[in-house]
Design a protein around this ligand. Structure first.
Ligand code: NAP
Length: 258
């Protein structure tokens, strides 16, 4: 799979987004994402990260553009176009000021969702100024108006640990008809969805780059033994010069067989 994949394959996949049977060269990678949701929260959820060989998604100062090559950027925009909503954490907005649109491929823009529990982000970021519909997910005890720039504020219960439960966010999105959800980053956000049993798929791009320092891809509760780590099986796709690891996640046992 690379940027030279014929447009007919992408057109076939966009038709599958609306219910046609997935067909063409892109179907093996993307058809599982288009399958109907099976989880109780009503959503099918894919997490994605681009990391270095040593598992970093950005430098320590937060610079991450670009760890992956053009094939990874294309892949990310395809995932945006196939999903109803794209979710990012506050750290990603703070560092990248992203637009989260589908500029690289024909296809609809997803609804954009930013998780910012205590509303620390200013409304000056691009995502809150213009572009497709945007939701700011915050805790229901966080003060402030019902809009944040052009974004609508979505209030959700605060967990005992201080954050917002991914499952509560997924239920709120499903109630709005947003059931195919792309968790685009950063590492803390994807990790929280994984740890909460709220991911069905993981796509991890690994680039042949070593940083030796930086922001980690995954941060999960500490384990004492190698056997206690989450162990997956994966399919490997070449997106030169990178590889894309396609992992089906079992929500009940994230490190177990799907
Ligand atoms: N290489 C890649 O694929 C990739 C992708 C995206 C971003 N990035 C880079 O990654 C860095 C940011 O990643 P990061 O891991 O530091 O941060 P992040 O995941 O973008 O954001 C983390 C913050 O989001 C909020 N958050 C996320 N999930 C939450 C939940 N369930 N409940 C409550 N709050 C939640 C929290 O903010 P509060 O505590 O303030 O509420 C948390 O501190 C940036 O440098 C960016 O450039 C890389």
């Amino acid at each position: 799979m690379d940027a030279s994949t014929p447009d007919t394959d992408w057109t076939a996949l966009l038709a599958a987004r609306e219910g046609a049977r997935p067909a063409g060269a892109l179907a093996p990678l993307f058809a599982p994402i288009l399958a109907p949701p099976a989880a109780a929260d009503g959503c099918r959820v894919i997490g994605r990260l681009a990391q270095t060989l040593d598992g970093r998604i950005a430098t320590a100062s937060g610079s991450s553009q670009w760890i992956g090559g053009p094939g990874d950027i294309l892949h990310t925009h395809r995932l945006r176009a196939l999903c109803h909503a794209v979710v990012v954490g506050a750290g990603t907005v703070r560092h990248d000021d992203p637009r989260l649109t589908t500029r690289e491929v024909p296809g609809p823009d997803p609804v954009r969702v930013v998780i910012d529990t205590d509303r620390h982000l200013s409304a000056d970021f691009r995502i809150f100024r213009d572009g497709p519909p945007t939701l700011l997910a915050c805790a229901n005890d966080t003060p402030g108006p019902d809009t944040h720039g052009t974004a609508e504020v979505l209030r959700l219960p605060r967990e005992a640990t201080g954050g917002i439960a991914p499952v509560a966010l997924l239920r709120a999105l499903a109630a709005r008809g947003l059931t195919r959800i792309f968790v685009e980053g950063g590492g803390l956000t994807v990790s929280r969805f994984l740890a909460a049993g709220c991911l069905d798929h993981l796509h991890v791009t690994v680039a042949p780059v070593l940083l030796g320092s930086g922001i980690p891809a995954f941060t999960l509760p500490e384990v004492a033994r190698i056997a206690d780590g989450l162990r997956f099986s994966w399919k490997v796709h070449e997106i030169p010069p990178d590889i894309l690891l396609d992992i089906a996640v079992n929500r009940a046992r994230p490190g177990g067989a799907p």
